[in-house]
Design a protein around this ligand. Sequence first.
Ligand SMILES: Cc1ncc(COP(=O)(O)O)c(C=O)c1O
Length: 447
Amino acid sequence: MENLKVTLSEKDIPYSWYNLPPDLPFRLPPPMNPATHKPLEKDALRAIFPLGLIEQEVSQEKWIDIPGEIRDMYRLWRPTPLRRAKRLEEYLKTKSRIYYKDESVSPTGSHKTNTALAQAYYNKKEGIKRLVTETGAGQWGSALSFACNVFSLKCRVYMVKVSFHQKPFRKSLMHIWGAEVIPSPSELTESGKHILKEDPHCQGSLGIAISEAVEDAVKNKDTNYSLGSVLNHVLLHQTIIGLEVKKQLKLAGESPDYLIGCVGGGSNFGGFALPFVKDKLKREALKMIAVEPAACPSLTKGLYEYDFGDTACLTPLLKMFTLGHNFIPPGIHAGGLRYHGCSPLVSALVKNKIIQAVAYQQIEVFKAAVIFAKTEGIVPAPETAHALKAAIDIAKREKKAKCIVLNFSGHGLLDLSAYDKFLAGELKNYAYPKHEIKRALKDLAKL
Ligand SMILES: Cc1ncc(COP(=O)(O)O)c(C=O)c1O
C-alpha cells in the first residue's frame, strides 16, 4: 500500500533559509527611493525595519542560518507533512499523482507563522518593543500576534475593514494572543482619515492598511513595521516550505511536473517554489504555476512597472506586476489575495517566463474547495483553494500520469461564513474591474 503522508523528523527541519537572488541568471531591479528615483539606500529602511531583516532583504548569500531560537519554535509544528491526495485523484479519475504540502498545521493555521516568528525574533533582538502590521483575512495578523506573544512584544494589527466584518474569529485569535485589532481605514492615522474623508464607506484594502501601519511605525520610536508578504526577506523565511518539499519528494521517489501555489503578495508560492527555480532552469518541462483571483489579477493583467507597495505612497518603489496602488479590489472572500501588486521576486520570475500565472473567479474556486473538503477532509482557506482549483484543472486536462504538487497554504476553519454563503448560492463573481484598474494605473510613478 502506498503511503498517504511523507513525514520528516524534527532533525530534518532545515538549518538555513535559501536566498534565490544570487542564483538568478538576471539581476533583480532594486527598490527605488520615491523622492530621488535612485536605488534605495539601506539606511532608508531603518525607520521601520530592524537591521537583521534589512540585511536579509539585500543579501547576496545563498544560504542564511536560521537562528536556534526560531528553529526551536518551528519544532512546534514543523516539518509539515507532504500529503498525497489519493481520494481526490480517485474522484477526478486522473492518472496523475497529486501531493499537497500541508502548511495548515501551523499553530495559527497557515504558512504565515514561518516568517512571523522570524520577524518578531529579529525585532526583539534589536530592542524593539512593539510591532504594527496590516492584515487581510486575518491569517497574517494572527500569525504576527502569536509571534509577538512568543517574544513578548506588543502588537497592533490594522485589519482590512471588509475582512474585519467577514472574519470575526480571526480577530478573536489575535485578541487571545494579546494584540490590538483596528478596522482599516481608521481615524487613528492621517492616511486612514484621508481615505475616510474621500469615501466614508470605504471597505479598505491591503494597500491602505499597509499605509496605516507604516505611518504608525514611523511615528513611534519603539515601534517597527512588519510585512506579511511581498519583500525578499519574507519569501526567504518561507523557503523552509520548499526545502522540506524537496526532501519529501526525494523520499517519495518523485520528481515534480507541476508546482502550484496561490498568490497574494507572493510569499507562500515563493517560499514553496523558489528552491526549485534552479531545477526549472535545467528542466523546461517543470511547470511552476502562480494562481490569483480574477478580481485582483496583478500577474495576468497588471503592468510590470515601479509602484508603491501601499496606497498612501509611504513605501519605496518596487518593480513588480501591479494594478496600481490606488486600486481597491472587490471584496472577494480570499482576503489575503486582495493586493494590488506582487513580490518583486515572483514578478521578475513571471516576467522572465520561469513562472506562469493563471486567474480564477471565486465561485469556481469555492467549488474546488468543497470537492477537496469532501474527498480529503480538510477545509481549505479560500486563498489556498485557488491553488486547488488549478491543480484540479491540470489533473483533469493531463492525459498522462504527472506529479502535481501544490502548496496548501492554510485551512479555512475560520472562513466558514464564506462557505455558508457559497452553499446558499449567495457568492458572486466579480467581472475583471477594467475601468478601476485603468484609472489606478494612471497614477504609476514615471521612472
Ligand atoms: C492561507 C493564505 N494563503 C495565501 C495567502 C496569500 O499571501 P501570500 O501570497 O503572501 O502567500 C494568504 C494571505 O493572507 C493566506 O492567508
